[in-house]
Ligand binder design. Sequence first.
Ligand code: NAP
Length: 456
Amino acid sequence: MTLSVAIIGAGPAGFYAAESLLDVPGVRIDIIERLPTPFGLIRAGVAPDHQSTKQVVRRFEQTALQDIVHFYGNVEIGRAVDLDELRGFYDAVVLAVGAGLDRPLDVPGERLDGVYGSASFVGWYNGHPDFRDLAPRLGPGPAVVIGNGNVALDVARVLVKSEVEMATSDLPDFAREAIRAGGIADVFIVGRRGAADAKFTRTELREIGALEACDPIIDPDDIPAPAVNPVDRDGRLREKTLAVLRGLAVLRTVKPKRLHFRFHRAPVAIEGDDAGAVRAVQFAGTQMKDGRIVATDMIERIACSFVVAAIGYRTGPIAGIPFDADRGLFPSDDGRIAPGVYAVGWAKRGPTGVIGSNRPDGTTCAEQIAADAPVLASRGLKPGRAAFEACMRARGVRTITFDDWRKIDAAEIAGADQLAPRRKFTSLGEMLAVLAESGKPICGPVPRAVRSDGDC
Ligand code: NAP
């Protein structure tokens, strides 16, 4: 029996699911990805100066190179092929689509020029094809980053790191130049809760204390006094994080840039100038009551010319699958949406956790598919890869194979400046040009107008 499994999304959740499925006898695994490139958030979400985190792709490559695994990039669900069609081709479909959309801030002024969600700004500085033309309005005034999570820290750090510090990153040249030209010297990172409830992690906070050209500015009174012998694990972890913040709060300020931490401030409005560009963010003071955030009478206005809302992500719906719009994920029983349809990663859990958090999702998913195999087989085994490839051919979809990706990867590495790990291609056209040069026939990208029905 050969069970055909399609994994939609080639990010960490998709690759961990594929890796776990390798242990299920008789499966064939196709990883289908909207972008021409694999690795999802590792390439387009992990900060460009966190190259060591990106090394996990070496592990994913081992999976992609297995005979029973095929990668198909440049295939957008809903455009090149519908989910219902994939369910007709494959015995099991795994949704590993991540959470690529910004959560809305829901305050007046959110759409002003110079205000960005972290999905778009992070995508831009990572060379994501969707955001390469964002042209963010950086500087000359201060920047405000809303949110107290690790994405907010990533954004702030990329804005204030020196060119020397970023030389070993894969920040695209256009982003490097725009950040340099913007000359932002002050970044405010603003949380609606107190320091004890910030979602930063210790390693990421420690980096802030070691920046070459930027000092953290923290009011020591904003950091609670050390708790005596916290009993639970969460309490002990929180204490360690607060200890790092206390250390940052007593650093002397001598560097040309400043990263200001503000706690207990919730955004209430973003002010614009006559030209529709952001000029300030208004925050209400907050306090915690019965675990809830309650606004006080205090209002602080932070003048700025650039705002990033790093307040978390959400998954978009996919036609044919129940979707929980409030939580921004696909409701499931621990990932099983129905026999034959599964979710992993942020599409299953919502946008929390680190890269390794996707690994247990993959294990669970493989166990569920193995357990469901008799039911799936009893419906009659599906044609799998052959039918999918025939469909893509019939529709003129230029799929990118893993071998294609390796050529693109090699060209990016070869094109890098001395210290940078790679110079990313940020458009499908550039990548197809690499493949054309390497001698592979090119059929062209997926046409915008979707194929006629019934053609495969
Ligand atoms: P996050 O950790 O959930 O942080 C989101 C922040 O936004 C929280 O401080 C949250 O405050 C705040 N927020 C949410 N809605 C808001 C609103 N309407 N107004 C003001 N503030 C609001 O999310 P994230 O930073 O996007 O990170 C996503 C996941 O990726 C996390 O698990 C993170 O650790 C991980 N990640 C890890 C790394 C790393 O390991 N280096 C790097 C990047 C991301 P509340 O707490 O009040 O909701």
